[in-house]
Design a protein around this ligand. Structure first.
Ligand SMILES: [Cu+2]
Length: 489
């Protein structure tokens, strides 16, 4: 399992009265199979309330919502509130065997969503095995009453869960596209022919406006983007295409471009054929990081930046693709091996009871607390050729315990083991500031000098560039949360 966990549990505090709400809304999610037809093939897929994508949850900043989840499917399930910080309430945030046990078929469990500082677009998805492929939906968080967007109010808002769609627009109007990459692994370039897009928020936090021809959206990320319908009335393709460094010849890469049509209302004859947006090459790593590199938080009086300036805990974590040998080379990976993944050379093994419960009830033998703070073996991480013996990681259920209110910097260093690739990293229960990034090996003396400590973007999912690194900072102030989910989200 490509998951690593960072538990933040130095002091467990239960803030009963922190999130006083006038009323708590209740929603019902019935997880069940439904028959769906796509591209002329019909099959049963797991859904919420029979809908695919699942229902959108509309909320106001600071609201608490209870979702009664009924599992009428055949497999264990949990629902994860992706990008929601869930302050002091990690118990129903989803990840099975980490913060809760799964909901078994035939049973019901009420999960609470506690919104606090998030504002913008988030999403929810199943968090057991690969059920999230079809069990997911949007969470849209509006400004509180009496407050407003830090950009001109758009004429309309459109959630786009990549994979679906058609959009009708009026000339002269501005649309807020709330884009969610719900794909399992794929980083996507997204663009609209002949239109520019202005990014105004990511992962439930606003950004300074960033106008681009295309954006790169990593799995799990959300982008709030303004689209001005300012071109000649016509039909235009909006399209998404995978960014991948996998060699096309090996068939690892799906070269399809998924499209939808932006259709201006009115009477005219649409162009034929429609023009496709212009994309970077599918393997253009430099292009893939340009939007990330341009993101800045608002850092104004109403949306201050609280980036820790001198972190008390500094961690360096290598992020690697690994391989395990299989009997008689019988697995489907390179040379009959089995793919895995690791952080600091430890590949996460799921426990049989959830870690949070084990912590709370002091049950020993479920996890260890020896997660290394720095790579156990230092080598030229991004070298073209690396010794084969480095490919096989240790296996363990190790956590890193952080002091409550400590300020933390983590540098994620990609490695070129097996296959250097980009690694989406996502932290549960926290947003973090992306203070720096680069290609090659992180240099702890030189690179911090060019960190952005003024207006770094606040994210809950980032991507470690292919053969590169990112540095993030946050305050460990949300006990019980902090599962780091690497690639599996
Ligand atoms: Cu998440």
């Amino acid at each position: 399992m490509k998951v690593f966990l960072l538990q933040i549990l130095a002091f467990l505090l239960f803030g009963g009265g922190i999130h006083c709400q006038a009323s708590t809304r209740r929603l019902t999610f019935v997880v069940k199979e439904a028959s769906y037809t796509r591209l002329c093939s019909t099959k049963n897929i797991l859904t919420v309330n029979g809908q695919f994508p699942g229902p959108t949850i509309y909320a106001k900043k600071g609201e608490t919502i209870i979702v009664d989840v009924y599992n009428r499917g055949k497999e264990n399930i949990t629902i994860h509130w992706h990008g929601v910080n869930m302050p002091r309430y990690p118990w129903t945030d989803g990840p099975e065997y980490i913060t809760q046990c799964p909901i078994q078929p035939g049973s019901k469990f009420s999960q609470k969503i506690i919104l606090s500082s998030e504002e913008g677009t988030l999403w929810w998805h199943a968090h057991s095995d690969w059920t999230r492929a079809t069990v997911h939906g949007a969470i849209i968080v509006y400004p509180k009453n009496g407050t407003k967007y830090p950009f001109p109010k758009p004429n309309a808002e459109i959630p786009i869960i990549l994979g679906t769609f058609k959009l009708r627009v009026d000339h002269g109007k501005t649309y807020l596209l709330r884009i969610i990459n719900a794909a399992l692994h794929e980083a996507l370039f997204f663009s609209i022919a002949k239109h520019k897009m202005t990014v105004v928020g990511t992962d439930g936090s606003y950004t300074k406006p960033l106008t681009r021809d295309y954006i790169t959206i990593y799995p799990g990320q959300t982008f709030d983007v303004l689209l001005e319908a300012n071109q000649l009335p016509d039909h235009y393709y909006m399209a998404a295409k995978t960014y991948s460094i996998a060699p096309v010849a090996q068939n690892f890469y799906d070269n399809t471009t998924t499209t939808a049509i932006v259709q201006y209302r009115g009477y005219y004859t649409p162009s034929s054929p429609l023009s496709l947006p212009h994309f970077p090459a599918y393997n253009d790593t430099n292009a893939s990081v340009q939007v990330m590199a341009g993101l800045r938080s608002l850092a104004d009086a109403e949306h201050p930046s609280n980036v820790p300036l001198s972190p008390s805990t500094k961690l360096i974590y290598t992020v690697s693709v690994n391989s395990f040998l299989c009997p008689n080379n019988s697995c489907a990976g390179p040379n009959g091996t089995r793919f895995s993944a690791s952080i600091n050379n430890i590949s996460f093994q799921s426990p049989t009871i959830d870690i949070l419960q084990a912590y709370y009830y002091n049950i020993s033998g479920v996890y260890g607390d020896k997660f290394p703070s720095v790579p156990p073996l230092v080598f030229d991480f991004t070298a073209d050729y690396l010794p084969l013996e480095y490919q096989t990681p240790e296996i363990g259920t190790e956590v890193r315990v952080l002091e409550y209110n400590s300020t933390v910097e983590i540098v994620f260093q990609g490695t070129n083991l097996v296959a250097g690739t980009h690694h989406p990293m996502h932290l549960h229960g926290y947003s973090f500031y992306l203070v720096g990034w680069g290609f090659g090996n992180f240099d702890k003396n030189r690179d911090p000098l060019r960190y952005n400590l003024v207006d770094p973007p606040l994210q809950s999912t980032i991507s470690v560039p292919t053969n590169g690194w990112v540095a993030i900072r946050f305050e460990a102030s949300n006990p019980g949360e902090g599962g780091f989910i690497y690639k599996a989200l």
